[in-house]
Design a protein around this ligand. Sequence first.
Ligand code: BGC
Length: 460
Amino acid sequence: MTENSTAQVQDQPVWSRLDFGDNFDWGVATAAYQIEGAHDIADKGASIWDVFTNKKGKVKQNHHGQIACDFFNRYPDDLMLMRELAIPNFRFSLSWSRLIPNGTGKISQHGIDYYNRLIDHCLELGITPWVTLYHWDLPQELEKRGGWPNRDIVSWFSEYAALCANSFGDRVNHWMVLNEPMVFTGAGYFLGVHAPGRRGFGSFIPAVHHTALCQAEGGRILKSILPHAEVGTTISCSHVEPLQQCDKDIKAAHRVDALLNRLFLEPALGLGYPLDDLKFMRRIEKYIKPDDEALLPFDFDFIGIQNYTREVVKYSFWTPFLQANLVPAKKRNVPYTLMNWEVYPEGIYHLLHKFSRYKNIRKLIITENGAAFPDELKDGQVNDQERLNYLQRYLQQVLRAKQEGANVQGYFVWSFLDNFEWAEGYDPRFGLVHVDYETQQRTIKESGLWYRDFLMCRSK
Ligand code: BGC
């Protein structure tokens, strides 16, 4: 933990779960590759993360998700723990290569059986499953055939979406098509810091367009097979501010906002790509076919917003294309987490208002919010006061926005368990539940106990 990330211990909040109303969905979120393990069990195919983590130096300390939290085997106990914590909704993702080992074609009955067991078990315990189709683990066989930059991904993804809807839709009513498209295209195909580790515009730009097409197509497929299901998709977003109130910084912040917050949302809403604000993205037009304009929008039942921090932006002549730099929290003398992300609760308040201003968003659900701090397991306890404060302070801002009219109707903590944090490996811990990766022992943290009490609150 960092010196600057001072824990602002606060008084017990004067608000409770009841202030959010009865129609507010509370839960926790996870993702397949980050928790499941069982990476090569039965006929499971490899995903791009299996391959990426095998390459030396890609992930801190060469960590990988081969075992992770062993959730594949331990889900019955973990779901019991979830019930103990009174958590009513569980967001998890399906592993495409567990269900269709090569990404297209032959289906794995072993994979289908696993998710059937998991879903049935949730329902038996009174936990509602919220399923994400794609949380970054593309089947490696599809990457070999070009991955997201290959337009064939639209038909591969459609086949996968239909399989999921047909296999699990009789019991799953809440679906999310994609997890944070900006992150997996940006980090995976432009910066090369996430799987599959590709770099540059040549991969990124077509990946963006095909991802945006899949986002809408996935929605259409789920809805056509499951007309009564609630179908959403999720977007990573950060409140963006200029470092100084000068023209150059303000314009730079505007560009960063378009890239981080609007690039995938606006095409889904029928507004097209924000190319006026992102001139360097104009080369995307090369990949847009005549009928695509009609294919990009989809009327989602909800938009999942995932927020952790804010970004402060400074104009930079030297940064190609965007001509903007993010000013790190460390340089701004503000509190920050183990991910070096600023703790800025008001950010979620501004975002909820910002997204509420879009006319055709039906409702907002916060499908991820949480923080990594240097937890210590001592005498069978984890006293993670900083995480607890973080969650309370962000929730307070969610409530404030809601009371002012923002149409937010749910909140999911990232994450239920400590897990594999992508390029950062296992060091940053985000869980409400501590995981000892040697023994797979689970310990509920103070934040988890607080969330339980908060969720169990029945009267003021
Ligand atoms: C992702 C998660 C990730 C979390 C913390 C989100 O971007 O959806 O998979 O672990 O943030 O970095």
